[in-house]
Design a binder for this molecule. Structure first.
Ligand SMILES: [Zn+2]
Ligand SMILES: [Zn+2]
Length: 280
């Protein structure tokens, strides 16, 4: 079965993420390993890595996913590109030290140089990042985006273009975000639409390349290209897409991570809803 979880805070220490996840009854968690709005952070000490791995072993959390900093932009053609490459290399090294296998990254924004040129910048960035982290097994999961502004990755075709430029399939994958997919025009609310979408992923990228789902409902309409998360079932998606995914053996052991608002019913309410949809 798919693993249900949420993005949790690491305030007070990286290993505190497990306590928060367990309190919520998560089977998987997503964390930032540093302040997501800062470029640099000193890597965790050996002792910190040990206490993180110990807390993980003692918890019921099966899978941990890291979300990369919001500052990085692999598609940039300015000095921001090199800065982003360096930052992502750091993040991969930290994930590896912590024993985490997945780093979710936003593909980037082309900022006016055009989609084709932006996609090429992303592929080039990835070549460099993968080369410099060859000693790790951390997978980079490119996240599907809503398509605001000049953001890339709002079409599955973009990932096909990026991945086609690379010969490192073992270290790359996808993170599918339900709210971003919907905002960018992929409707999964009817069974046949969901099946069609899976076929598209299969044809363009490969279903085995999907290692994570982000579970969010959307405040905004289908194709709006606007990224606004809503509580599960309270937005424009409804419950169907979540039910289809959670009951599909295709996603066995794949983390489905909530990034819904912490207000209102909060993670507790959203997780309870997901458990109900999954049947337990
Ligand atoms: Zn994200
Ligand atoms: Zn979003």
């Amino acid at each position: 079965m798919a693993l249900i979880g949420a993005h949790v805070s690491i305030s007070g220490g990286l290993e505190k993420g497990f306590l928060r996840g367990e309190y919520l009854g998560c089977e998987a968690i997503q964390i930032f390993t540093k302040n997501q709005l800062q470029w640099r952070a000193s890597p965790p000490t050996g002792a910190k890595c040990e206490s993180f791995q110990k807390a993980w072993k003692e918890s019921q959390i099966r899978e941990v996913v890291v979300h990369a900093s919001y500052l990085v932009n692999m598609a940039s053609n300015t000095e921001l590109q090199q800065r982003s490459i360096n930052a992502l290399v750091d993040e991969i090294v930290v994930a590896s030290l912590l024993g985490i296998d997945y780093l979710v990254v936003h593909p980037g924004s082309h900022g006016g140089i055009g989609e084709k040129a932006g996609l090429k910048q992303i592929s080039d960035s990835l070549v460099s990042i993968l080369d410099r982290t060859d000693h790790t097994r951390v997978k980079i999961l490119l996240e599907t985006m809503a398509g605001q502004g000049t953001t890339l990755g709002y079409k599955l075709d973009h990932f096909q273009v990026i991945l086609d430029e690379l010969d490192r399939p073992d270290r790359l994958g996808l993170c599918l975000d339900t709210s971003h997919l919907f905002a960018s025009g992929y409707d999964l609310s009817k069974k046949n639409q969901y099946q069609n979408f899976k076929r598209k992923v299969h044809t363009l990228i490969g279903l085995e390349k999907v290692f994570c789902w982000h579970f969010n409902d959307s405040k905004k309409d289908l194709g709006s290209m606007i990224d606004r998360h809503e509580h599960i079932g309270s937005g424009k998606l409804g419950l169907n897409p979540f039910s289809f995914i959670l009951n599909d053996p295709q996603w066995d052991n794949i983390p489905c991570i909530l990034e819904t608002p912490k207000t209102g019913i909060g993670d507790e309410g959203n997780l309870a809803l997901l458990r109900k949809l999954r049947g337990y």
